[in-house]
Design a protein around this ligand. Sequence first.
Ligand code: URA
Ligand code: CA
Length: 443
Amino acid sequence: MRIVDLILAKRDGHELPAEEINAFITACTAGEIPDYQVAAFLMAVYFRGMTAAETAALTLAMANSGATVDLSAIPGVKVDKHSTGGVADTTTLVLAPLVAAAGVPVAKMSGRGLGFTGGTIDKLEAIPGFRTALSGGEFLANLGAVGVAITGQTADIAPADGKLYALRDVTGTIESIPLIASSVMSKKIAAGADKILLDVKTGSGAFMKTPQDAVRLAEAMVAIGARVGRETMAVISSMDEPLGLAVGNSLEVAEAIDILAGTGGAPELREVCLTLGAHMLVLAGRAADFAAGYAELDALLANGAALAKFAALVAAQGGNPAIITNRSLLPLAADRHTVACPESGFVQAVDAARIGYAAMLLGAGREYKGQQIDLGAGLVMHCRIGDKLAQGQPLATLYTGDPAKLPVAAAVLRAAVAIGPAPVARARLILGTITAASAHLAE
Ligand code: URA
Ligand code: CA
């Protein structure tokens, strides 16, 4: 196979055989194909798309391009959860111990932040002592002993994806459903999950701006799962405003503890965690149906079992579990500033992407890869879409280690919250579910 023939075939809209896709990914991972040919191929896929069979073949080829995790030593069905990303999306910190408390093993490989805000690994590093780079042996040992382990995704997981993603980023080929779907699913498959639950976000703070696009992405990923024998389902959820109240690493850990302890946090974040968790219990065969799973997880929040599991997770990975009762052990930034509502009215819209940008300006996220972040920086929202506010009421509290950053961040935050005279209905949080058998979408 000549690479140029593969590019020509895709350019002209032909379906590529799995063997050719495999050979392409193998050669690409080995560094045998020049970047200009890989980039041309990606652009051909961007314009021509891929069939379900091609997308599944690409996914498997990328999943098998490096190390794969074998979780077979751990009894039970391992269900992984993946969110397509959003602002104040603190779900993993709540969901992992919550689902583990129900007896379903949670083996999680997470990343650092790509966009404005930190990823799960950044957030966990806000916990003093917490180790996010477990060896393979430690990961499995902790999973067996505690029922939950979270570690950073290593470079040897789906290296082909790392290579393609870096090129997509600079060639205008990120926004392609088969490329996104195969990228996400290859990493989940390599990480060893038996079944996969996807949280596909839609709205101003999401990758997929419209519900239609979110559904198309979800359907592509669910179809891959069905073809490769890893049952996958997707929840479509709203990212029209930040999900939780807190944006920033320590602040999000504190909100997760509030949800687990029942002492606070955004009800919307709690609701999404219970919804995703209930589907995970059903996928794992641990709950008869969604309602039973939901009720069980609700009880595990109420009786302290989920919080206790979080404490066990923190202790097992070298962190100080005393943060659960003593928030002052988290590195919260000292400089704080309240942004006041400029006029009375109803919150019409909250631009989640701009809120994320404000948090990044305060030090909570990265402007470029590898940048050091301020684990104590970020912001806490005091309003949601539909709230009625009086002039001067707080919109948000900003936290930073560098007070020079406050004025610009405050201006970005003010611009992200639209206030107007008309009452506004609250946004729908869960828009539907997609399984291989059916799509259930709310009206
Ligand atoms: N996240 C991924 O992992 N891959 C993509 O292509 C897009 C988002
Ligand atoms: Ca994430």
